[in-house]
Design a protein around this ligand. Structure first.
Ligand code: NAD
Length: 230
């Protein structure tokens, strides 16, 4: 089976009703995103950081996967599909995708602030000051914040290197290191980039740019891939 690797960003979930940070002008309640999504923010005002993620999590319990998420599931009929997502939502999993690597963490998980291996599933939206891990420390969102290392990046690179086909969806390809993954894909591998506002990508051979919304174009593109490459 050919390996089809998919890299997704915030645009993948836009048609489910989750705004991209760019759509919100990079602001939340007059805070810049970096002021609520960074270790410095957590140090300075943890209650604001928790509230920001609580609102994101609350919304996540109310939205559904869109036609784009569902189309990607169909690819599993004929490909070994590996999804690498920058999204912290769980819409790929809820649509039915089997292999999803969350580069930037997961909204529905919390983790200990003294032991990063202590990660907990959240079955409710609210994480509060005073909610602690089994070692007694405050729980934080299980999110990779701006300025923090991306622990799963090496694993993502290994996956990207195995791609026979590479598909990028709904990301501006400016947030590193995720944006650099496409450069690890073999030169002769066919690559597709779906984003209505895709920036030009230089020095990447065999790249077809499709300036369309994911939910609109993916059902057709998936059909084409199942016929053409499988
Ligand atoms: P980004 O840099 O990945 O940009 C979003 C991209 O989505 C833009 O290029 C935009 O043109 C494109 N887009 C918008 N609507 C689309 C559609 N319908 N179909 C296809 N593409 C579409 O993301 P960002 O918003 O700047 O966020 C930066 C980081 O913040 C992300 O990498 C992610 O970690 C996090 N984030 C996650 C979520 C989520 O989990 N759903 C939402 C917002 C931000």
């Amino acid at each position: 089976m050919k390996c089809l690797v998919v890299l997704t960003g915030a645009g993948m979930s836009a048609e489910s009703g989750i705004r991209t940070f760019r759509d919100s002008n990079g602001l939340w309640n007059n805070y810049r995103i970096e002021e609520v999504a960074s270790p410095e923010a957590w140090e300075k005002h943890p209650e604001v950081v928790l509230e920001f993620y609580n609102q994101r999590r609350k919304q996540l319990f109310e939205v559904e996967p869109n036609a784009g998420h569902r189309a990607l599931v169909r690819l599993e009929e004929k490909f070994d599909v590996q999804i690498i997502t920058q999204n912290v939502d769980d819409l790929h999993e809820r649509a039915g995708s089997s292999h999803v690597l969350h580069l930037h963490g997961e909204l529905k998980k919390a983790r200990s602030t003294v032991d990063p291996d202590l990660v907990y599933e959240l079955d409710h939206w609210e994480l509060k000051m005073g909610d602690t891990c089994e070692k007694g420390s405050q729980l934080r969102p299980h999110i990779v914040w701006f300025g923090e290392p991306v622990p799963l990046f090496d694993q993502a690179v290994q996956i990207a290197k195995t791609a026979d086909i590479f598909l990028v969806i709904g990301t501006s390809l400016v947030v590193y290191p995720a944006a650099g993954l496409i450069r690890y894909v073999e030169r002769d591998v066919p690559k597709f980039y779906v984003d209505p506002q895709a920036f030009p990508v230089h020095g990447v051979p065999k790249l077809e740019v499709i300036r369309e919304k994911a939910g609109k174009v993916l059902p057709k593109l998936v059909e084409k891939m199942l016929n053409r490459f499988a």
